[in-house]
Design a binder for this molecule. Structure first.
Ligand code: GRF
Length: 200
């Protein structure tokens, strides 16, 4: 069974969707550890409720190298096959990325490369786009930048607020993150430049 390490900072709804898909038998994997850099992350409670092991590693005041070494040490204990960032609000160092080459995924609430960084949904509304969505991508050293695995689009409606468009995007996030994990764990894809091509 492939082992996932999930990194969160807050609500943890993407983590929960992955956990529920595993429980429902639609993703063949197990969540070996959920790591949060914030003690007050709601996702930690969800993990406890679901009987999933957690580690809280507060990042405040630590430089990135020191912090990433702590996270790597925790992941090492659990023999992780794939690292999934799910609302983890920190950039990873190259030390971290080199330890898990093409084995770190992130989900971002926009159609990248549009609107990287914070408040992607607010950026999309302010820009006036008519379509937005979400992206699952491999993580490299740049923010929201690695090769794209899957995307889903949703409409932006005239009466949308950040909350309403975020909710529409989130439903798609919960669907495509599991799908992307399934593809990557299957190994049935190749990467050509920036293009991730699923095997037929
Ligand atoms: C999601 O919108 C995700 O795309 C972004 O942060 C948010 C995390 O939500 N990276 P949750 O913690 O998974 O509920």
């Amino acid at each position: 069974m492939k082992r996932l390490g999930i990194l969160i900072s807050g609500r943890g709804s993407n983590f929960e969707a992955i956990a529920r898909n595993i429980a429902a038998g639609s993703l063949d994997a197990e969540i070996a550890i959920v790591i949060s850099n914030r003690a007050d992350a709601r996702g930690l409670e969800t993990a406890h409720d679901l009987g999933i092991q957690t580690a809280c590693l507060p990042s405040r005041g630590l430089d990135r190298e020191t912090y990433d070494r702590q996270v790597l040490a925790e992941l090492d204990k659990h023999n992780i096959d794939l690292v999934c960032l799910a609302g983890f609000m920190r950039l990873l160092t190259s030390t971290f990325i080199r330890r898990y080459p093409n084995r770190i995924l992130n989900i971002h609430p926009s159609l990248l490369p549009a609107f990287p960084g914070l408040d992607a949904q607010g950026q999309a509304l302010a820009h006036g786009v008519k379509l937005t969505g979400c992206t699952v991508h491999f993580v490299d050293e740049d923010l929201d930048a690695g090769p794209i695995i899957l995307q889903a689009a949703v409409p932006v409606l005239d009466d949308d607020t950040v909350e309403t468009v975020s909710a529409r995007i989130l439903a798609e996030e919960h669907r495509i993150y599991t799908e992307a994990i399934r593809l990557v764990l299957s190994g049935r894809y190749t990467i050509h430049g920036r293009r991730v091509i699923a095997a037929p």
